[in-house]
Design a protein around this ligand. Structure first.
Ligand SMILES: Nc1ncnc2c1ncn2[C@@H]1O[C@H](COP(=O)(O)OP(=O)(O)OP(=O)(O)O)[C@@H](O)[C@H]1O
Ligand SMILES: [Mg+2]
Length: 374
């Protein structure tokens, strides 16, 4: 089956029926129109990949129809069918970059071959576009990584200074140069030192998360999930989200940073959806091994993804968040999971039980193979 949306415009009702019937055996979506004006009205709704149109029609000729579509910014390839007695349209049609002319009576077998070829071209174009977008995303991530390296570089020095000064205060106290009657200084110093340590490790974590892993490594899933917690814990706290964990720890060999990136995208989405609801906010993280490998699930109680959007949410630039979302999070995540991690990323709306209460929301699952473990 050729997977295309094809619109056919032909004023001869008998011929239109015949073409429609033959083509629908080979092509997934066929839309037939006797009147070009009706066809123009429906173009937006049907969103055809290609139009096949007669030239000579009483209401409007095929070339004028094509001009009208272009005027309304519909740049859809068109194949024009004409009898040889209509040369007056040819020059104009060539100027308009009509995809192809076919001569009537139409050889339907040839037309099907033509459409098969067109399907291939379209797939190639889509593939190239996808790769370009992916490259763009990667270069954006690389630029962010570089920026972060600069910030990290600038911050390490002052952090170091704070750390040295704090140690000095501690020493001064030990030598009795600082009087600390109620012994509050020690806990303050400890607090400062912990904060410094925290800032330092966060810098490291962010930096390595933005750097794509060049090599596979072997790691524990529990450690990985803990790293993610550190990276987004402030958002979890701000929105008062409770985390439920049900983790079976396992050792896997894959690209850890990429996995972290995907898990962060999914968790951030869950946080964003939960932030709009007043009732309890939960994110349940679970992992387990099954016959095919490892499964990591991120399940929230934000009500789920509307059924009609289930596949759409993985398309590039699809977002329901208006200005605040770009719609690349899940697209990029699926690309990474399928192309780098050799796994699968799926979504379903499901219930889960916590403290004897039933909750409902989107469940994202990453399935990874376990073959690589060594
Ligand atoms: N946990 C979820 N529950 C319900 N809907 C979700 C959930 N996660 C994602 N979605 C839907 O999927 C859409 C696409 O998500 P995606 O991460 O690709 O883009 P985004 O979050 O809108 O923008 P960004 O590029 O900033 O991530 C979201 O706009 C939202 O409508
Ligand atoms: Mg997102």
């Amino acid at each position: 089956m050729i997977n295309l949306r094809v619109m056919i415009v032909e004023d001869d009702g008998f011929l239109l029926k015949k073409i429609g019937k033959v083509l629908s055996r080979e092509i997934s979506h066929i839309y037939t129109f006797k009147n070009p004006i009706e066809a123009i009205k429906k173009v937006e709704e049907i969103n055809p990949d290609i139009i096949i149109s007669d030239i000579n029609m009483p209401e409007m000729n095929g070339v004028d129809m094509y001009k009208e579509l272009k005027k309304n910014n519909f740049d859809i390839p068109i194949i024009l069918a004409s009898a040889f007695s209509e040369p007056e349209y040819f020059i104009e049609a060539i100027k308009l970059k009509v995809k192809k002319f076919i001569v009537k009576p139409i050889d339907l077998e040839e037309l099907v071959d033509e459409l098969r070829q067109f399907e291939k071209e379209l797939l190639n174009e889509k593939e190239i576009l996808k790769q370009e977008r992916m490259l763009m995303i990667q270069s954006k991530m690389a630029a962010m990584g570089e920026m972060l390296t600069n910030i990290a570089h600038q911050w390490r020095q002052p952090l170091n200074t704070i750390s040295i000064c704090t140690s000095n205060i501690k020493l001064e106290k030990e030598f009795g140069k600082i009087i600390d009657e109620d012994n509050t200084l020690d806990s303050m110093i400890e607090n400062i030192m912990n904060s410094i340590h925290y800032m330092d490790t966060t810098l490291n974590d962010f930096q390595s998360y933005l750097k794509p892993n060049k090599l596979e490594s072997c790691f524990y899933i529990k450690d990985t999930l803990e790293k993610i917690d550190k990276l987004i814990f402030s958002q979890m706290r701000t929105y008062k989200i409770e985390k439920i964990i049900d983790i079976e720890d396992f050792h896997l060999c894959n690209y850890q940073n990429e996995l972290i990136q995907v898990l962060i995208n999914i968790k951030k989405n869950a946080i964003e959806e939960l932030s709009h609801q007043d009732k309890e906010r939960l994110i349940k993280i679970s992992t387990h091994k099954d016959d095919n490998g490892f499964v990591i699930s991120i399940h929230d109680n934000a009500g789920g993804v509307p059924i009609e959007l289930m596949e759409k949410i993985f398309e590039p630039y699809f977002t329901t968040k208006k200005e605040s979302g770009t719609g690349i999070g899940l697209y990029m995540s699926r690309q990474i999971v399928e192309n780098h991690l050799q796994g699968k990323l799926t979504v379903s709306n499901e219930e889960f039980v916590h403290n004897e209460t039933i909750y409902y929301g989107a469940k994202f699952q990453i399935h990874l193979e376990s073959l690589d473990e060594y």
